[in-house]
Ligand binder design. Structure first.
Ligand code: F0G
Length: 866
């Protein structure tokens, strides 16, 4: 089959250009108005959730052009950015993107009006390709074609069942053979398999390179049908199967008269430096599956080669597939095999060996960042060390979410314009699978980029590593990263692991909390301290889609009675603003699921009690909408309200005021804490004004409460000016209360988290007395040291303390779920008294915590008052 000449190709291409009116340098076939999407609709119909993940991690480029080992996208400024592609179409592009010889072949086939589909007739192209595949596999094989790797695996499974009459397939741990239902049974990862738990064929999994385990499996397997293996496990993390082990598999297959089935979808056709990797490893499989590279990056084609002596005649008819063995794919397959000459194989071997040596040198130089380098030829894997990240909250968080590899892929793409991907079943291994066209200069570039990554990982340079997450800012064409490059020492305390005995001798209570706002970020990740507020917010927004509960260090808390409990803080790394945003858009399920995850984690960590707080209480209707898993859940509101009431009463006494002479305003009176405070305090004050947000049903509910307890009400914040005492119990995130709303010498008790009152108001108005209404003093002054909890040692929030108190009481008490009540508040107060939990000293006003620049400030400022 001749290739058409370059001038012929140009003529053919220009005739296409004429028809559709586009230049060949752009995406000529798809650059029309019908395929353009604005950002609103982009990704709405095709894998929308995956796209969101990719977008968050900066991997959602829409590549419009590809040539060789380079692919191109337009950045936000419309500039074309070139990327070195090491993913190579999941190993498909051995000859790179759009190799001219292969595209010429495709154009020639299409332009020559050849017969593409004539099912049920002779096909010289399919026949030639099958003969060539058989010859190159050095045997006498009958070939069945398919359209994808998984389809060829399915065909091999079907044939093996037919041939052997067996029912159990044997395969290796870590295997990947595809995601269609049959192939999925062989695939190792339960992530892909379990959601489709279909019982069909049986599968016996054997540990890789473990001969004893292999022999034991053969000894007990019931009616085996065949043994599937990948010579180098691709998706399992680029792990090579050892020669001796493979030989033993082959011997046992022969003894049991079952076929040895090599899945060479990825390893085959030159990628590992030889035509077939199994041959290089010294075995001659009975069935061989090839795909990926066979299509030259253009056609979708796969094939299973079955030893003629085993081939069952009826399989010709029993198995078929409409698009398999089409003329086009076979023509491309033939062309690919022709191009796959000794020189190509040698090039794969040499370049691969060079790159592997360099990567191994990196591993030696940066042992804290790289744990292993594996693979053969141009199928290499670099395994990152998960345990290299003990000091960084962000990196540990990503690793715990199995996102470290993807994050690193985002870094390499956005900072170095190199595209890699983690392997599917081993998310910390990066696959390095360039095309054979890769130049040494590009390989130097890969090594330099990985070295930069290692240096940053080893130095814990979180600022440098995560700058690209601030969408766009670190990307090409956007100028220098705006994040400061100053290095700081990150001090994240690793989890204290109590001894098993200590861990379970104490009752354990979880506190499910979230960040007040973006200012709390540096208390989690001190190296991000120099980010300005907008960038802190952008950073937190960028990790919010992955939010899941993070277990913080446990702290032992002692009661005045001598009893002790263990506090297990569980952080949801999202802000009040984020939660409120989704809450107001009625995305209740999303929020509930997040809180439920926290409850499930608490259960898994052996907690018996869970205290909610802030929005985790609001979005679950104070714990009613989540499944408690047999634990006792409390909203945290009753003790918060008890503290607020107590604060108001003692501040009045401190100021020598009598409540019956005073007017009290409660801002956020339709909320659970505000309402119950109103119910308790209404009879004591001369006048009570309930203030609502004015949103949705707020006015109606406000009116109802006011009528019931004999109070005034208003949805206008200016009504607060009439009060000399104000309780703020809102879930607002935008600091609604300012100096214009407050009467002269007003006393403000701010229970809200984040605070309702602006720090500049507090600074400007020296006549005001502002106190934190929901802070409690622990009897033994334990330091909670929870990142994102800016309180000095010995202090805790009411919502958190409520769970501790209930745990100290020691019996599960579900009555604290749901709305608070006067009775619950009184009960919490007496429980707290019994255990010596005192309201914080309120004669001295505490500053509003959320307005502090960083946690060190907060701690030292508060310490002065403590
Ligand atoms: N077998 C192996 C060894 C594979 O690596 C793959 C796919 C398949 C079978 C299934 O092929 O997707 O065409 O049905 N590997 C892809 C990868 C997913 O990421 O390398 P398919």
């Amino acid at each position: 089959m001749d290739i058409c000449r370059e001038d012929e190709r140009r003529t053919l291409l220009s005739s296409y250009d004429d028809t559709i009116g586009a230049g060949p340098s752009r995406s000529i076939f798809y650059d029309d108005a019908t395929t353009k999407r604005d950002d609103q609709t982009r990704g709405a119909h095709h894998k929308p959730n995956l796209l969101e993940l990719l977008r968050t991690i900066g991997l959602d480029n829409d590549y419009h052009r590809a040539q060789g080992d380079r692919i191109y996208y337009f950045d936000e400024l419309g500039r074309e950015i070139e990327v070195l592609d090491l993913v190579s179409g999941y190993g498909t592009l051995l000859f790179g993107h759009n190799h001219p010889d292969l595209t010429n072949e495709a154009i020639r086939f299409l332009a020559s009006a050849s017969c593409n589909h004539a099912q049920g007739s002779a096909s010289s192209l399919a026949d030639s390709l099958a003969a060539e595949l058989s010859r190159r596999a050095e045997g006498d094989f009958c070939v069945t074609f398919g359209n994808s790797g998984a389809e060829a695996v399915e065909a091999a499974m079907k044939h093996a069942l037919l041939e052997t009459g067996g029912q159990t397939f044997m395969t290796l741990d870590g295997a990947f053979h595809g995601k269609t239902l049959g192939a999925l049974q062989l695939t190792s990862s339960p992530i892909f398999r379990q959601p489709f738990g279909v019982r069909g064929v049986q599968v016996e999994r054997v540990s890789v390179n473990n001969v004893r385990n292999l022999e034991a499996a053969f000894a007990h397997v019931h009616r085996p049908a065949g043994f599937f293996f990948e010579p180098i496990q691709g998706e399992g993390g680029i792990r090579q199967v050892r020669r001796e082990f493979l030989r033993r598999i082959a011997e046992l297959c022969a003894e049991h008269r079952i076929p040895l089935i090599a899945d060479e979808c990825q390893t085959g056709l030159g990628r590992t430096g030889t035509y077939l990797a199994s041959h290089a490893l010294g075995v001659r499989p009975d069935y061989i599956i090839v795909s990926k590279a066979l299509g030259g990056g253009i056609a979708k084609i796969s094939a299973v080669l079955i030893d003629r002596l085993r081939y069952r005649a009826e399989f010709d008819v029993l198995h078929s597939s409409t698009f398999a063995n089409d003329g086009f794919s076979c023509a491309i397959g033939l062309k690919t095999l022709k191009m796959l000459d000794d020189e190509t194989l040698e090039s794969c071997r040499e370049k691969g060996a060079w790159l592997k040596r360099r990567l191994q040198a990196l591993k030696k130089k940066y042992p804290a960042a790289i744990t292993n380098v594996r693979g053969m030829g141009l199928m290499l894997g670099v395994e990152l060390r998960k345990s290299a990240l003990p000091d960084s909250f962000v990196l540990r968080f990503l690793a715990a979410r199995d996102l470290l590899g993807l994050f690193v892929a985002g870094y390499l793409l956005n900072v170095h314009q190199i595209r890699v991907a983690p392997t599917l079943s081993d998310s910390t291994t990066l696959r390095i699978q360039p095309s054979v066209l890769i130049q040494y200069e590009s390989m130097h570039r890969i090594v330099a980029a990985l070295e930069d990554l290692c240096v940053r990982l080893q130095r814990r340079d979180i600022v440098g590593l995560t700058a690209f997450l601030l969408q766009g800012d670190a990307r090409p064409g956007r100028g220098a990263p705006i994040w400061p490059s100053r290095k700081r020492t990150v001090t994240f305390r690793p989890s204290r692991q109590p001894t098993a005995a200590a861990a379970f001798s104490l009752r354990r209570v979880a506190w499910l909390f979230h960040l007040n706002d973006a200012d709390d970020l540096p208390s989690l990740e001190p190296s991000l301290q120099d980010l300005d507020q907008a960038n802190r917010k952008r950073f937190l927004d960028s990790i919010a889609p992955f939010a899941m509960p993070v277990a913080m260090d446990r702290v032992e808390i002692r009661s005045g009675t001598g009893d002790r409990v263990q506090l297990q803080p569980l952080l949801l790394p999202v802000t009040s603003r984020w939660l409120k945003f989704h809450f107001e858009r009625r995305r209740f399920r999303k929020l509930r699921t997040l809180v439920q995850q926290g409850i499930d984690v608490a259960f898994g960590l052996g907690c018996e009690f869970v205290s909610l707080g802030q929005f985790t209480s609001i979005v679950t209707r104070h714990g009613r909408n989540v499944s408690p898993q047999g634990m006792s859940i409390t909203s945290g509101n009753s003790f918060s309200a008890a503290l607020a009431v107590n604060a108001v009463q003692s501040v009045l006494a401190g100021h020598g005021l009598v409540s019956t002479d005073c007017t009290l305003a409660i801002v956020g009176a339709t909320g659970d804490i505000g309402r119950v405070c109103a119910e308790i305090l209404a009879p004591e004050f001369r006048k009570l004004i309930l203030i609502g947000s004015g949103r949705q049903n707020s006015a109606r509910r406000l009116k109802h409460i006011a009528r019931r307890i004999g109070a005034d009400w208003s949805c206008d914040l200016m009504a607060v000016r009439a009060a000399n005492i104000v309780i703020c119990a809102t879930n607002a995130v935008d600091l609604p209360l300012t100096e214009v709303h407050l009467a002269n010498a007003a006393i403000v008790c701010d229970v809200s988290m984040p605070a309702t009152l602006d720090r500049s108001t507090i600074r400007q108005r020296s006549d005001l007395s502002v106190l934190r209404g929901s802070v409690v003093r622990l009897p033994f002054n334990e330091e909670l040291g929870i990142p994102g909890l800016p309180l000095p040692p010995g202090y805790a929030y009411g919502c958190l303390a409520e769970g501790i108190l209930l745990a100290l009481e020691g019996f599960p008490d579900m009555s604290f779920v749901g709305r608070s009540s006067v009775c619950k508040v009184n009960r919490m107060e007496s429980i707290a008294r019994r255990h010596g939990f005192l309201p914080a000293d309120r004669t001295t006003p505490l500053p509003v915590v959320r307005m502090m620049q960083d946690c060190n400030h907060v701690s030292s400022d508060l310490r002065r008052f403590a």
